[in-house]
Design a protein. Structure first.
Lengths: 367, 310
């Protein structure tokens, strides 16, 4: 194990920022700490680095308990959200700083800095000052500086937060490539679920100081532990239904709810992909108006307005879309193929329920 | 500012002064305000300054040098330099410590500390001087104790230094607090994460990032330390050749109707003021430029993606 947290909590005054968190990261993994702001993810990162001390619990780096080891001695690389480059030093001196502190020989420092400049595509910029660099270059200098003394772990706080959208994508790809080349255990904090899904091997999801789930991008998306994770990772349509005669209803939508009393509320959630649309209004039982179609490259997002006025989202591929021949404003019919019953923010979800086409199509329902 | 006034004046003339924006004054008002400001500056600031030098040199170079080489005057100049040499470094240390703890830590009583730092600005220097007399004078709290050990503070150099340190305390701290608050503690944390000790972090990271603000504070602190009159006048005792600083010497010479000598010493203080203003303007420009540079990243070069494969 490269990093391990055991029952780690952090309190600031009376506020619990991190609440009894346990997880471990294997050597060479690229892990995202994901969550809304104030979720405690940055505090976790800072505790691993030693910039913050846990109020309770133990932190291990490569099997060694580091609670009592100062940030200077932990041999971690930390990249700040603001990059925190030393603005009075050149790029070369910024990268060499940690090596100089660790009393490397001058020649070794020179070689190591140039190796990093080459690795990070910063050749020729060594004599520049931070203010003479672009945002992306500043970030790469910050990463080079953090990597210089070969840290056992690389920690990045919102690494793509401060750059504009255009280069954010390239930086993501580049971080993955860099990680593949160096194979250093890397943790990064992000509030962007798409970023976490795309870049990391595993995602640790935090909300209000609690670890909600840890898993591969696919696991957290397809098997969310609870409603918070389901709603935070990817898009989730949520419907609130009223139970009547063993059926939970929302307009024309009906779901089996055998064990629930009449008049009680039931909430269900489903992913946009679970919504199947037909331009034939009689193909499925439920009707809706196609309000907007958003073209997102290979994918399309469709917004359906139900008769009640509620808007649900659907997604489909370009091929599916062109096979359907749809126009905005047109009436369509749809079914929900898979859904889960929601039991509240922190509660576990029901397993995914597959609604057979028959039960919800006009043919099967026998109207 | 001058550029703005000029260019907007031109635009309004182009528009024949008819289509003025609501917020713009008429050219007449603008001209009037500028003139008032200029005349005021010339009459009350520039003319007296020129007069100081005119009076100082009224008996030519030789008269000027003779006035300055008077032994009592020389002793006043030396004392002033000594007092500044002691109080400025002390206030650099106090100012750095105060600004550091205010900018980097949150603690109870922080607003009180900030208010206390400003106290010397809000107290009349005469009152400050009296405070030290009450504390260390013969009739003061510590007077008898000090006297029995033959330690002289009031009417001696230590009293002058104390009064000067008190009066000039806010300059360094006041300049550093906003600079340190603006830089935050990210750079220091970065240095720590790279293995630097607290002292090395301060020396290599904190100090360079506040150097212009610090220098600015030092210059202002020094100017005030050399020019302070009120507080020093109370505690010095005006012993000619022993406890007279330059400002006290100027007053004494003036009261002895030795105008040329008084203005000669005054001209030295005026030169110090001009030098201070020059440095201050330069440092402000420097600080502003550094700040602007730090704010703006350059546009991304093309192609953006670096080659990470060696």
């Amino acid at each position: 194990m490269s990093i391990e947290l055991r029952n780690v909590s952090k309190k600031f005054g009376g506020v619990t920022a991190v609440n009894n968190v346990n997880f471990s990261v294997k050597e060479g993994e690229l892990v995202a700490l994901l969550g809304p702001s104030g979720g405690g993810k940055t505090t976790v990162l800072r505790m691993i680095s030693g910039l913050e001390m846990p109020s309770e619990g133990d932190i291990f780096i490569r099997g060694e308990r580091v609670n009592d080891i100062s940030v200077q001695k932990r041999n971690i690389g930390f990249v700040f959200q603001s990059y925190a480059l030393f603005k009075n030093m050149t790029v070369f001196k910024n990268i060499a700083f940690g090596l100089k502190i660790k009393k490397w020989a001058k020649n070794d420092i020179h070689d190591r800095v140039h190796e990093l400049l080459h690795l990070l595509g910063l050749e020729g910029l060594d004599k520049r000052y931070p203010h003479q660099l672009s945002g992306g270059q500043r970030q790469r200098v910050a990463i080079a500086r953090a990597l210089a003394s070969k840290p056992s772990v690389l920690l990045l706080d919102e690494p793509f937060g401060a750059v504009d959208a255009k280069i954010r994508q390239e930086l993501r790809d580049w971080l993955v490539t860099l990680h593949n080349d160096l194979n250093v255990t890397t943790l990064f904090v992000t509030h962007d679920q798409e970023e976490a899904m795309e870049v990391s091997n595993r995602i640790v999801i935090f909300s209000r100081g609690n670890l909600e789930q840890i898993g591969s991008p696919r696991e957290v998306y397809e098997e969310p532990n609870n409603e918070f994770v389901a709603r935070f990772v990817g898009v989730l349509n949520v419907l609130e239904l009223t139970v009547q005669g063993g059926l939970a209803r929302f307009g024309e939508l009906e779901f089996p709810a055998l064990d629930r009393p009449d008049g009680s509320k039931m909430r269900i959630g489903f992913r946009p992909f679970a919504v199947q649309i037909s331009s034939d209004t009689s193909a499925y039982r439920c009707r809706a108006v196609l309000r907007h179609t958003f073209f997102l490259g290979v994918m399309l997002r469709l917004e359906l307005e139900l008769p009640s006025g509620l808007v649900i989202r659907s997604r489909m591929t370009k091929e599916e879309y062109s096979a359907l021949v749809l126009k905005d404003g047109q009436e369509v019919s749809f079914i929900i193929k898979r859904y889960r019953i929601l039991r509240g923010e922190g509660e576990p979800l029901s397993p995914e329920i597959h609604s057979g086409d028959t039960a919800f199509s006009t043919h099967g329902a026998g109207i | 500012m001058a550029g703005n006034v000029k260019s907007s004046a031109r635009t309004s003339r182009d528009a024949n002064a008819k289509s003025q924006r609501g917020t713009e004054e008429s050219p007449f008002i603008k001209w009037l305000l500028v003139s008032i400001a200029m005349i005021f500056t010339i009459v009350f600031l520039l003319l007296p300054l020129v007069n100081v030098f005119a009076q100082a040199f009224s008996k030519g170079w030789s008269g000027y040098l003779t006035a300055l080489s008077d032994p009592d005057t020389m002793s006043a100049i030396k004392l002033t330099l000594l007092v500044a040499a002691i109080s400025v470094p002390l206030n650099v240390v106090f100012g750095l410590a105060a600004a550091w703890c205010i900018a980097k830590f949150n603690f109870r009583g922080k607003p009180l500390l900030i208010t206390l730092i400003d106290l010397p600005f809000s107290v009349s220097p005469v009152v400050a001087g009296l405070m030290f007399v009450v504390m260390f004078g013969l009739q003061g709290y510590f007077g008898p104790w000090l006297d029995s050990r033959d330690i002289k503070i009031i009417f001696a150099v230590p009293g002058i230094v104390l009064a000067t340190v008190f009066i000039t305390f806010p300059f360094v701290a006041r300049e550093l607090i906003p600079v340190m608050q603006a830089t935050g503690s990210d750079q220091e944390e970065a240095a720590l994460s790279l293995g630097a000790s607290g002292w090395k972090t301060f020396w290599y990271v904190t100090l360079p990032s506040v150097k212009w603000g610090l220098l600015y504070g030092v210059i202002l602190c020094n100017a005030r330390a050399m020019g302070e009159f009120g507080a020093v006048s109370i505690v010095s005792g005006h012993i000619t050749g022993q406890t007279d600083t330059m400002p006290l010497r100027v007053e004494k010479l003036y009261q002895e109707y030795n105008a040329t000598a008084a203005f000669a010493v005054a001209s030295l203080l005026a030169l110090l003021a001009l030098f201070t203003l020059g440095i201050k303007t330069f440092l402000e420009w420097k600080q502003e430029r550094d700040f602007e540079r730090a704010q703006h990243a350059l546009p991304e070069p093309d192609p953006i993606a670096p080659s990470s494969n060696p």
